[in-house]
Design a protein around this ligand. Structure first.
Ligand SMILES: NC(=O)c1ccc[n+]([C@@H]2O[C@H](COP(=O)([O-])OP(=O)(O)OC[C@H]3O[C@@H](n4cnc5c(N)ncnc54)[C@H](O)[C@@H]3O)[C@@H](O)[C@H]2O)c1
Length: 388
């Protein structure tokens, strides 16, 4: 029997932070971070960095001066720029966090890598595979580290299920379902010129919102080989992109699955992944374990849904901003929005110091972008599409 105790004490350290002896060596060597883009998600990075001993936020940049100055004031930052390029050029910055619209990620990331900085880039890595490949090439050429934010890989629930799969306890995964039935208001799409555009958002419900779950699903089950999709724009106006995407999945392992990603499901429901193996089943809902049942031990775990997951399902980036930068209220690292960002940044800092590969480097960050673009192509041509 896999008891609740066992499941809740899965070690996040294995996937994330430096071991304690290495942490000791790093004391006094704070990495200096600069954040480019102080809109909805920039403050989450600042809040996460404030809780990391080995990091210091030293610079912020935004085209909208008030956004940069407000974030700077909150975190005691004195280096304030009105353009990301100037921050990237600063000698005081070791690591650049790119929190700008998705279609701007690639050029800025390459510029920062070539300027000798390590780079944290928000999801999606970029909105074309050519751009992802340019970023991967710059990562390789410069020897600097790149990580793409996909914070839900660092949720304790994701790590728990990953370990169950990797240790063979679920058997061979044969069926997987991903579901992101979120709600975004028309005001959300109207709130930024870039939102809902092909040029800067790179897609809709799938590229912007459900890409998180696409990434975690393919990380857990393995590479996605082929998709067959339908997309619609059904509940919003003045957007170029889809607000509903459904597709079938063939995984390289032979498993099959389905996925629904939407921002048209009023009033928003927590994201969910259902995984079925030959030896058991695991369900993650609202970033928490909903149920794990193993053939050999009838184990079951139910956890309370994390409140932030429900807010994000319903409220969009406004709720992200409101909950960003809050101090941790609980020992459960998944309990507060932004904490998984902290864990991913810890993994990145560890890798910068120790030379290891970040859990989500350029090659990993490319994978969900390839799937999402494959879905769009499949919906366009009405045929299954292979993912490369
Ligand atoms: N990991 C997550 O959960 C999560 C959540 C929300 C957004 N995101 C991602 O973060 C990125 C930003 O999203 P957002 O919702 O914060 O957008 P936003 O529009 O709220 O903020 C983006 C900010 O970047 C600024 N900006 C644009 N170009 C700039 C430049 N050249 N120099 C300096 N500042 C510049 C804009 O003025 C704006 O304030 C997107 O790629 C999005 O997909 C990730």
């Amino acid at each position: 029997m896999l008891a609740h105790q066992t499941i809740s004490t899965i070690r996040i350290e294995d996937y994330s932070v430096a071991k304690s002896d290495q942490t000791d060596q790093l004391k006094g060597k704070k990495l200096r971070f600069g954040i480019v883009g102080c809109g909805a998600i920039g403050p989450t990075h600042a809040g996460a960095l404030a809780q990391i001993e080995d990091a210091q936020l030293v610079a912020v940049a935004d085209l909208i001066p008030q956004r940069a100055s407000e974030l700077a004031a909150k975190h005691g930052v004195t280096e304030i720029y009105s353009n990301g390029d100037d921050l990237i050029a600063s000698d005081n910055v070791d690591v650049v966090s790119l929190c700008t619209p998705s279609g701007m990620h690639a050029d800025a990331a390459i510029k920062a890598l070539r300027a000798g900085k390590h780079v944290v880039v928000e999801k999606p890595m970029a909105i074309s595979l050519a751009d992802c490949d340019r970023m991967i090439a710059a990562e390789r050429e410069t020897g600097k580290k790149l990580t793409v934010i996909s914070q839900h890989r660092f949720d304790p629930a994701s790590i728990t299920v990953k370990r169950l799969i990797d240790s063979g306890q679920l058997g061979k995964i044969i069926l997987a379902e991903g579901s992101v039935k979120w709600w975004r208001t028309q005001e959300y799409y109207d709130s930024g010129d870039w939102r809902g555009t092909w040029r800067w958002d790179g897609g809709g419900a799938l590229m912007n919102q459900a890409v998180h779950t696409v990434d975690v699903l393919q990380w857990l089950v393995g590479d996605i080989k082929r998709v067959y999709a339908l997309t619609r724009t059904s509940a919003h106006e003045r957007i170029e992109v889809e607000d509903i995407a459904v597709f079938t999945i063939e995984f390289a392992s032979g498993a099959i699955g389905t996925f629904t990603g939407t921002t048209a499901a009023y009033e928003g429901f927590p994201a969910r992944m259902d995984l079925f193996g030959t030896d058991g089943s695991a369900i993650i809902e609202a970033d928490s374990i909903k149920q794990i049942t193993l053939k050999n031990g009838q184990s079951q775990v139910h956890q309370q849904a994390a409140g932030h997951a429900i807010n994000v399902a319903r409220g969009g980036t406004a709720s992200v901003k409101n909950e960003a930068s809050q101090p941790r209220a609980s020992a459960d690292p998944g309990a507060v929005w932004g904490d998984a960002h902290r864990t991913q940044l810890l993994n990145f800092i560890h890798c910068i110091h120790c030379g290891d590969k970040p859990l989500i480097d350029g090659a990993q960050g490319r994978k969900p972008v390839a799937v999402v673009l494959g879905v769009y192509e499949s919906a366009r041509i009405g045929k299954p599409v292979d993912i490369f």
